[in-house]
Design a protein around this ligand. Structure first.
Ligand code: ACM
Ligand code: ZN
Length: 513
């Protein structure tokens, strides 16, 4: 294991770094150049260096140069996200095969500059250490899931979260857009979803759903909620793409669908089961789409079509977790479907449901991804599995030749308190289970942190639940398990940076973790 040189306190740590003894003062005239393909990255670097006191002119001339070079021949060595970075007396030189690699090089330089760059204070004349770095990520899926259904967060708050992911060299934003707590995305074919389903009677969303109603605005009832227009979604997806983050949208089905079913009750098994949940109705949760009615599939395919038009992601997440199938057992439509399709139990009916949706996504050139319950009753042929109940689902899927994203709640659930999942514990996350052989292990795309928001009502809480644990997740997914003492030393300036950025973090005053 290569520990980070002591004065190079990067999170995640670079794979190879050689620190020189001298440093480069950036308070001298420097010329900056970059190709069109790296324009966003070049400008980001110019802005950063300027904030640290540099005076940059455009072009390749001058004694000291800052250059970003696109080097496709390096693809074999650096991969699609890697970079090399050299800082010496001649200046700063970045090589990358793609803009993503150049972007990550800039994020590394950011962490070498004084934290004052985060506030735009350009009175600080910085020195950068002479260094040679060759860096590339271990995993290609470095994600975070964020639930905006149980509590709603604004476009600017989402962009702030994307900025945070970018700082950590994370590249997937899994956006949990709909659930029992509210429907959060405009669907033009089904306006009731946001006219009604985005607005509930209580701000606090608790698991028992007591007395939750979705009356929509314009009634005399208090309402809480919100949704993203498709125009806003397009803006967020583009913002993420500039930062080399893919937004993977999730539309939950067939369970966790209370907000949809309250908006369109005909999609539930019976009028009775579509009734809003009250203490009297009791279990099971009336939150599943009827798997017998064709209307459910027409609805979901139409929703997915509108989604695919604005989300370029190859992966479309369809949920699939925690389906209360008891309702299907008592539904004449679901029973008829099972008879017609020769399905022996409701697990197979769930499998039928997901396979049908997969066929539709397949026909549009996309890949279905779902929580590990989609294994129940038989996995759809091309599905990717997100393993959350443990690693067993992921192991089973990888052995069957399916791709897997690991996100076991034991290490990856940021809604759990720090008493249960401390920052140090996240560092014990091992995305590739020992049980897998090297061929099977190739199916593990990576991992992700999940932040469910039942008990996360505002941005400060989002930040505190996420920080500093996101540092551990980024470290594991980019570089692998660290030396703990080394990681701890890197956490100190990292925490200072977060503080300077005005972000809340857990254990604000602790230098150790
Ligand atoms: C989940 O936590 N229900 C995926
Ligand atoms: Zn039914």
């Amino acid at each position: 294991m290569i520990a980070t040189p002591t004065s190079l306190k990067l999170i995640p740590r670079p794979i190879e770094a050689t620190l020189g003894s001298d440093s480069l003062s950036i308070a001298q005239p420097m010329a900056i150049s970059y190709p069109d393909a790296f324009a966003f990255e070049g400008e980001a670097l110019r802005e950063l260096l300027s904030k640290a006191g540099a005076k940059l002119s455009a072009g390749k001339g001058g004694n000291v140069t800052v250059s970003l070079v696109q080097d496709r021949d390096e693809l074999g060595k650096l991969g699609p996200e890697g970079y090399s970075l050299k800082i010496d007396k001649a200046g700063i030189e970045i090589h990358a095969a793609t803009a993503a690699g150049a972007y990550y090089a800039v994020q590394s330089i950011r962490q070498m500059l004084p934290v004052s760059v985060e506030t735009g204070d350009n009175t600080n004349f910085a020195e950068l250490p002479h260094v040679k770095i060759v860096d590339r990520p271990k995993f290609k899926w470095r994600g975070m899931m964020f639930d905006v259904s149980r509590h709603f967060f604004s476009v600017d708050e989402i962009k702030g979260l994307l900025d945070l992911l970018a700082l950590h060299k994370m590249n997937i934003f899994h956006w949990h857009l709909v659930d029992d707590g509210g429907w959060r995305i405009e669907i033009k074919a089904y306006p009731e979803l946001t006219a009604k389903g985005a607005w509930r009677t209580k701000k606090d969303f608790v698991w028992d759903y007591l007395d939750i109603e979705f009356p929509g605005p314009g009634t005399d009832k208090p309402i809480y909620g919100g949704f993203y227009t498709q125009t806003e979604v397009v803006d967020i997806v583009a913002y993420a793409a500039q930062r080399h983050i893919t937004v993977v949208p999730e539309i939950e089905m067939p369970g966790h669908s209370l907000a949809a079913i309250c908006s369109y009750p005909e999609l539930a098994c019976t009028a009775e089961s579509a009734k809003l949940f009250t203490a009297e109705v009791g279990m099971p949760f009336p939150n599943v789409f009827c798997a017998g009615k064709e209307a459910s599939f027409k609805f979901l395919e139409t929703v997915l079509d509108e989604m695919m038009a604005i989300f370029p992601s190859k992966y479309i997440h369809v949920g699939g977790d925690e389906v209360f199938k008891v309702l299907w057992k008592n539904c004449e439509f679901c029973q008829k479907r099972m008879e017609e399709e020769g399905l022996t139990d409701v697990d197979e009916l769930q499998s039928y449901f997901i396979r049908r949706i997969e066929k539709h996504l397949d026909s549009m050139g996309r890949i279905l991804i779902g929580w590990d319950e989609i294994l129940q009753g038989g996995l759809a042929p091309n599905a990717t599995v997100m393993s959350w109940r443990g690693t067993e689902g992921g192991i089973e899927a990888a052995r069957a030749g399916h791709d897997v994203v690991m996100s076991p709640y034991s290490h990856c659930y940021f809604d759990f308190g720090y008493d249960k999942t401390p920052t140090e514990h996240v560092l014990m996350f091992e995305p590739i289970p020992e049980d897998l052989n090297p061929e099977e292990a190739k199916h593990i795309l990576g991992g992700q942190a999940n932040l469910w928001t039942e008990y996360v009502p505002d941005l400060a809480t989002v930040q505190r639940m996420t920080l500093p644990r996101l540092a551990s997740m980024a470290e594991i997914l980019w570089a692998g398990k660290p030396d703990l003492e080394d990681f701890s030393a890197r956490l100190t300036p990292y925490r200072e940076r977060l503080r300077t950025m005005g972000l809340s973090q857990n254990g604000e005053d602790e230098l150790e973790f």
